[in-house]
Design a protein around this ligand. Structure first.
Ligand SMILES: CC(=O)SCCNC(=O)CCNC(=O)[C@H](O)C(C)(C)COP(=O)(O)OP(=O)(O)OC[C@H]1O[C@@H](n2cnc3c(N)ncnc32)[C@H](O)[C@@H]1OP(=O)(O)O
Length: 549
């Protein structure tokens, strides 16, 4: 069959039910009922010689033979939907056939070297996994030894030592070595290296193992693409012009792609693509496509793939680099590929150089290169030790920390000239600032006194005693009282802005209203005292007290 003679209107592939297309009545009838699969006359043509007696190399060579195996063997798809799409007779798994199939496989592999033909085909068709030549450890970083370390050299702060170890561990710990795509690819690659997972390319070549896998793949397609007539799936999967790249895990097929390489045109047509239901969205589909691209480019010499993607699979194909725009010259593909109802023609150019089966290593190297470049240009990767606040009672720091002593601040380019932008000016105060702080402290002190002297202040004068109210600190996580605030005011360090003071006052009242119900004296006291506080603040502001610098 030449490329042009294969041109036909193929059945719709979609899982969703679709209305029959008037222009394709044969395919429409094929999709109208999954149990009433009708193919166009051409679809009855067998992709293999009809004679059962032709058993070259053990190849399955009749439709009956195929169907019998498909009924009985390689049931690797554990989809719940299987009952809907698989005939009852197929569900009656024939143990004797299973034994027969496995014994055939054992015979193939046991006792002596494989036949020359087997060896040759396997060598040709196996999709190779190229060993990565970088360490498996994604954290390997040649730049670490040369990393800048703030240990008292240029730009470092005297007295603050950033340990080299700390910086190194920060380097390696903080680098995100891979995104989700690479992580999935790397994990599957490791499975391959451990021999638990294989990506194999096979066609109807008569090798028993290949035939069993192809039947398994055919079953997956039948379940995952239920609107596609089963005979049509069998026909293409078993067509010797088609090849299938399959995901094989523990000798069971869990998915695959069947495609037809048009070698003279240097493009391939993806006919079917599916992963068994319970293994979807685990990265198999992506890795499968990567293996397919590598194989199609390196073995078949293809430059492009075309496919009619189901509407609900367009997203997947887009993520694999397919576009709805067809850039391939029309002459190269028109008339070769089959038209499908309900599908969107998509194209993917196969990059001539990309290491498709080892893209994760490439991405990791790129990330490392970018990361190293960033480190050359900036110090943002260095994380300095934090400030030891060591607060004493009432949250007041034991010692004043100068802004310029904050580790890393000067290395980040901070200068004392920028100090003017800071709201927190109490560290080194100018004359103006000193007098402002004094007037602020005096105002806060007067407000504390005004509250303290009020008849409703008694519940707020001291911290709540947990012995009196055992569950208080379970409910109130951020307590406040007038005594604590007074200490903070008198320290002249804590309330560097008036807003900080007001925040403490508000918290004291809101705590009271959180813990106590509205009918309690405490609740009422808090409301009245808060009103008194607000009046005092208003009066102070009206009398000209400056609380903002
Ligand atoms: C030509 C044709 O055969 S068209 C018909 C395609 N086949 C089907 O629709 C059958 C049912 N579906 C399947 O068998 C599978 O879901 C496949 C083959 C479509 C995808 O295989 P999966 O192993 O699930 O893909 P994988 O896990 O690698 O996912 C790759 C990305 O595609 C996304 N994706 C997977 N399936 C779909 C979808 N149907 N629509 C949109 N996005 C999808 C995944 O979320 C993931 O995205 P992320 O990288 O941002 O996380």
């Amino acid at each position: 069959m030449d490329g042009h003679s294969s041109h036909l209107t193929a059945p719709v592939r979609s899982r969703s039910s679709q209305s029959p297309s008037p222009s394709h009545s044969a395919s429409a009838s094929a999709t109208s009922s999954i149990h009433k699969r009708k193919l166009q006359p051409d679809d009855h043509a067998l992709p293999f010689p009809p004679s059962f007696s032709d058993t070259r190399d053990g190849a399955l060579t009749s439709n009956d033979d195929l169907e019998s195996i498909s009924v009985r063997g390689a049931d690797s798809d554990s989809d719940d939907e299987s009952e809907e799409v698989v005939d009852d007779e197929e569900e009656e798994y024939d143990n004797s056939m299973r034994n027969f199939t496995s014994s055939r496989l054992e015979n193939t592999n046991a006792g002596g070297p494989p036949t020359a033909r087997n060896t040759k085909i396997k060598a040709e068709n196996s999709v190779k996994v190229e060993p990565a030549d970088v360490s498996k450890d994604g954290n390997t970083n040649t730049n670490n030894s040369g990393a800048p370390v703030a240990t008292g050299g240029n730009g470092s702060i005297p007295g603050i030592v950033v340990k080299e170890d700390t910086v190194k561990s920060i380097f390696t710990d903080n680098i995100q070595t891979s995104g989700a795509y690479s992580a999935r690819e790397e994990s599957l690659k490791r499975e391959e290296e451990a021999g638990r997972l294989r990506f194999v390319c096979a066609s109807n070549d008569g090798i028993d193992e290949h035939m069993v896998w192809l039947i398994g793949l055919k079953n997956i397609f039948a379940r995952q693409l239920p609107n596609m007539p089963r005979e049509y799936i069998v026909r293409l999967v078993m067509d010797r012009n088609h090849k299938s790249v399959m995901v094989v895990r523990r000798n069971l097929v869990v998915g695959g792609i069947t495609y037809r390489p048009y070698l003279s045109q240097k493009f391939g047509e993806i006919a079917f693509c599916a992963i068994t239901a319970d293994e979807q969205v685990k990265g198999y589909g992506t890795r499968l496509m990567n293996h397919l691209k590598q194989h199609a480019r390196d073995v078949d010499g293809l430059t492009h793939f075309l496919t009619y993607a189901d509407n609900n699979a367009v997203g997947y194909f887009v993520k694999q680099g397919f576009t709805k725009e067809i850039y391939l010259e029309r002459d190269r593909w028109h008339g070769y590929i089959k038209d499908y109802d309900g599908g969107i023609l998509m194209e993917c150019r196969i990059d001539p150089k990309l290491p498709f089966t080892d893209i994760s290593t490439m991405i990791r190297r790129q990330r490392q290169a970018i990361d190293e470049k960033i480190r050359e240009l900036s110090n943002c990767h260095i994380v300095y030790p934090g400030i030891d606040f060591q607060k004493k009672e009432a949250g007041i720091p034991k010692k004043t920390i100068k802004v310029e002593d904050i580790p890393g601040l000067r290395e980040a380019g901070w200068t004392t000239e920028q100090y003017g932008h800071s709201r927190f000016k109490t560290v080194t105060l100018s004359t103006d600032a000193t007098s402002h702080q004094k007037s602020l402290t005096a105002f806060m002190r007067s407000l504390i006194k005004a509250m303290h002297d009020h008849p409703d202040a008694w519940p707020f004068k001291e911290p709540v005693d947990a012995r009196d109210v055992p569950d208080y600190y379970e409910i109130i996580k951020d307590p406040m009282d007038l005594k604590t605030m007074s200490k903070r005011v008198e320290s002249e360090q804590y309330y560097v802005t008036f807003e900080m003071f007001v925040a403490d006052v508000r918290r004291m009242f809101s705590n009271a209203r959180t813990y106590n119900s509205p009918d309690t004296i405490y609740y009422k006291c808090s409301t009245r005292l808060e009103g008194h506080f607000s009046n005092k603040v208003q009066a102070g502001l009206q009398s000209g007290i400056k609380i903002q610098p």
